[in-house]
Design a binder for this molecule. Structure first.
Ligand code: MF3
Ligand code: CO
Length: 249
């Protein structure tokens, strides 16, 4: 069942999302070569606390941290670690969610560390562009798969692959609500989008094949072929004026 939100509820989701956006923005200057993913986790945990919010991921199905820090071939759900130290040439996807006054916000970004090649920049920008093209499709009267198809089309046109093992989702009083928002599929399918729906749209894009493998920690998803992967996520609201990105400052 898809839960349609009131204006008041959307404002609450927006405040949780603003926190996510601020922390992601601050992370851009915090991260760099020589810091560990555990340092990132400590920074995120601190920033969430400072804003009197609660980390959404910590304890979710036993996930052990407030952030997901996925480096290079890690697709999503990389667990922060004191032994994972960033170096120039790496890329890192940081995903974080917060809970504030009864509502969730969820967002992610991928950033390069130091110097990376043109093809790596392309993977990152195509993933972010695909997210924005998907968001553009989130208008009342469209269907969920209009978002999905726009994402898949942009990714594949550029020679990359969409990860199918994970999907975007509705969000509100729960971190994961209906509908599922796949990053692939034929346009014109699935539930119709209505004003007041709130969605977390999150393409995960691999440089090689879209196949993933889960590591023995039970969480970390890596590309099956060992090539790079990027991930961007925004929480948005479907409104009669069009999609509104809530995880943006
Ligand atoms: N953005 C991801 C999601 O919404 C992150 C979840 S991590 C978890 O599914 F630890 F909470 F599972
Ligand atoms: Co999400």
């Amino acid at each position: 069942m898809i839960i349609v939100k009131s204006q008041r509820e959307i404002e609450k989701i927006a405040s949780a999302c603003r926190i996510v956006a601020e922390i992601l923005e601050n992370l851009k200057s915090f991260i760099g070569a020589d810091i560990t993913t555990a340092d990132i986790e400590a920074y995120v945990a601190d920033q969430i606390k400072e804003r009197k919010a609660i980390p959404a991921f910590k304890g979710y199905r036993g996930y052990p941290a407030s952030s997901c820090t996925s480096v290079n071939d890690q697709v999503v759900h990389g667990i922060p670690s004191r032994t994972t130290r960033l170096k120039s040439g790496d890329i890192i996807s940081i995903d974080l969610g917060v809970y504030k006054e009864g509502f969730y916000g969820d967002g992610a970004m991928t950033v390069p560390i130091g110097v990376v090649g043109t093809e790596v920049h392309k993977l990152i920008s195509v993933t972010e562009e695909a997210l924005y093209l998907g968001i553009k499709g989130a208008v009342p009267g469209n269907r969920v798969s209009d978002i999905s198809a726009a994402i898949q089309q942009h990714v594949e046109t550029n020679g990359f692959s969409v990860v199918r093992a994970f999907v975007g989702h509705g969000i509100g009083r729960s971190l994961h609500e209906d509908p599922q928002v796949p990053n692939y599929g034929e346009a014109g399918r699935g539930p119709r989008l209505k004003e007041g729906m709130t969605l977390a749209i999150e393409p995960m894009v691999n440089a090689g094949t879209g196949e993933v493998v889960i590591l023995d920690d039970g969480w970390t998803a890596v590309t099956a072929d060992g090539r790079l992967s990027a991930h961007f996520e925004h929480t948005i609201a479907v409104t009669k004026k069009g999609p509104v990105i809530l995880t943006k400052i």
